[in-house]
Design a protein around this ligand. Sequence first.
Ligand code: F6R
Length: 605
Amino acid sequence: MCGIIAHAGADDAVGTLIDGLERLEYRGYDSAGIAVQNGSGIAVHKRAGDVSEVREEIQTAASSGDVGIGHTRWSTHGPPTDENAHPHTTDTDNVAVVHNGIIENHAELREFLADEGYEFTSDTDTEVIPHLVEHFRKEESETIVAFRRAVEELEGSYAIAALVRDEGRVYAARAGSPLVLGLDDDQYYLASDIPAFIEHTRDVVYLEDGDVVVLEPNEAQIFDENGLSVERSGECVDWNPEDVGKGAFDHYMLKEIHNQSSSLSKTIRGRVDPDNGRVALEELDAEILDGVENVHLVACGTSYHAALFGARMLTDAGVRARVFRASEYAKMAGPTTEGTLVIPVTQSGETADTLSALRTATERGATTVTVTNVVGSTAAREADESVFIRAGPEIGVAATKTFTSQVVTLILLSQKIAAELPNATTREDLPELLAALEQVPTHIDQVVETSRAADLASRLLEYDAYFFIGRGMSRPVALEGALKFKEITYEHAEGFASGQLKHGPLALVTSQTPVFGLFTGDEAEKTITNAKEAQTRGAEIIGIGPENGPGAAESDAYLRVPDTHPVCQNLLANVQLQLVSYHTAKQLDRSIDKPRNLAKSVTVQ
Ligand code: F6R
């Protein structure tokens, strides 16, 4: 949560910083601010509200400067007020700092600094940092030494960027929060995530924990945790500037729903061989599976639902697999052994709960293979191996295309694991499944072009609550459908295993609670029966199923998906549910790309 950006280069930093912050708003949008070096010192503009509001203020104040830092906030310490907005400065305005993360020892540092006479004006943990830098500058002749000493005092997680009055450079550090360096001839960028500067450069360096960076308009220097100057290898990311814009769409979410055919094509490319019934995951060294006895998948939110899907594929193949909510995993007494393969599933690769589960697994000697979208992410770097879902950047806070790519990656990974483990076997119908997977991108286009979700949404606005039911592999889709719906419509929605409805939740069913029935996959018939039990109690049934599926006649409204392999039907049904959530939220005039209280990358536990 929170996004930071810094720029040093010949061009004016202000526009670059604000544009970059807009691309980072998925990380938080409670307040925003920038600080730039200009002739008269450090100019700071910040306020509660989203980036567009700071843009207006800056355009009015017409600040400029070639070196600057910026921040968009998801509040942790202190409410979203102007005072708590970053950058935070010293009372002398000598130092300005932006920060993503949590400073755990901020209370002790604040007490120490207050005793030294420093005055605080915000509730944030961050405000200790500019004062610490200022404090050590009084003792050191070089700012870099003072900055490093300040950083050494910090406990917790942080990505920090700082400006110091009359110095045309940015000082930055990372420990536990993401920070990427972008290089473009004589322009340099630092940001929490690549979309912030992708329109300027695709050449990036993923910084390591403990790194300190000094950016100047014509130079970027990296120092390791021992203070030694280091070269870090860079890479060219396979993302395009168009990937991070809205294009002709009203919302990122709608764009990302529509783009699923192309993102999924990238996920699948080169990995399936239907003729020989084989899966190729080039980045996974099969030897890593030697000695694996069981599999744990750990994840949060939407990624947890993808993990449920993956676990079902694994158990169907005879692999002992369990799914854990990542936030529960670390403290669980010893479910992990050296024979356990732990698969953290995380789009961002930065979710604190999932990283904590990954670290627990590593401590207990397990083998770890992360499934993630972000190549240089912390999860990718800390796991023994990574399998990338290749979905491209996702900006909408509500995950859509990354869920689809996660599920398909896990389907492929499950079969790879099953092929390697002694007591497991790949699916008998694997050639047919792989052939069907290759068709899914085309089928997604068909769903998106023909969906009647928008018409349906207009009838859905007045109900009390919304239920989603599914069985077997359609259960994770029901859970995901409900999560997406509540996340962006702010209406009450719950997903259930359809067989569980009559064991409690049926008490909630009335004519005011429509039930979405996932009539897809191998177990559709039973879900139809369960849906009819709700219909008998007055609920409207919205079926989602294949063209001529038996559920069509039993439903009050029916959203169709192409009649393909049962496993793939579930992926297509999920696209219909994404569209239902989107159109309902739109008609309710919700903040679709930035739902209230939520941020995309949840870097606190
Ligand atoms: C919901 C959503 C969240 C994330 C969750 C995990 O639409 O996006 O539930 O799925 O915060 O995030 P990652 O996958 O980055 O670990």
